[in-house]
Design a protein around this ligand. Structure first.
Ligand code: AP5
Ligand code: MG
Length: 185
């Protein structure tokens, strides 16, 4: 059984690593960014409300995020494990997640922090070219990360759940270090 949270700045490789690990462990990769982009593409009520925040690189308000995550973690396919990518992103979301996991009698095994320097991130994301991957929005996502999400590194470190991995290496090397870190943590 594997339950991991992927933390880390935009473009750190959370999605890339979580997807590979989810495939290897046959457990769902739950990316709040992917869920929101799906909602935007389908023009659902959630998507219509979230789009402007995502386009600006701002966090989507908790009034839209929290129920979404609670509902997703209550579904049967995640009962045996999950890889959470992009949630929590604030201390408030982390506290909420604690409550949800407590309610469904689950706990997170580790929180993976992928470290990548800002200049590498900007280059990676400009090459990818998602709608929120232009230089000013990328830089704003990095600021939002530093102000609102980076405090979670200490939050989880103090609880001895944090595992840091150097994300500034080829994808396969990051995967290898990640596997080793989880096994030896
Ligand atoms: P989200 O989709 O989570 O985006 P993000 O955090 O900005 O991160 P990315 O998906 O851009 O990067 P990643 O770390 O997944 O890296 P990836 O593997 O893709 O969130 C988007 C928006 O949704 C937010 O701005 C917000 O508005 C909203 N949102 C989402 N969750 C929310 C929440 N909880 N609360 C509120 N709002 C929320 O890799 C990036 C690129 O690099 C790819 O091209 C990849 O191929 C490449 N790459 C990956 N690894 C390597 C490597 N080792 N070497 C070289 N290239 C690599
Ligand atoms: Mg991603």
């Amino acid at each position: 059984m594997t339950r991991l949270i992927f933390l880390g700045p935009p473009g750190a490789g959370k999605g890339t690593q979580a997807q590979a690990l989810a495939h290897a462990h046959t457990i769902p990769h739950v990316s709040t960014g992917d869920i929101l982009r799906g909602a935007v593409a389908q023009q659902t009520d959630l998507g219509l409300k979230a789009k402007a925040f995502m386009d600006e690189g701002e966090l989507v308000p908790d009034s839209l995020m929290l129920d979404l995550v609670r509902d997703r973690l209550s579904q049967s396919d995640v009962a045996e494990g999950w890889l959470l990518d992009g949630f929590p992103r604030t201390v408030n979301q982390a506290t909420f997640l604690d409550q949800v996991l407590n309610d469904i009698r689950q706990s997170c095994d580790y929180v993976i922090n992928l470290d990548v320097p800002d200049d590498i991130i900007v280059t990676r994301l400009l090459n990818r070219g998602r709608t929120d991957d232009n230089e000013s929005v990328i830089r704003h996502r990095l600021e939002v990360y530093r102000e609102q999400t980076a405090p979670l590194i200490d939050f989880y470190r103090q609880r001895q759940q944090l595992v840091s991995v150097n994300g500034n290496q080829p994808v396969e090397a990051v995967s290898r270090d990640l596997q080793q870190a989880i096994q030896s943590a």
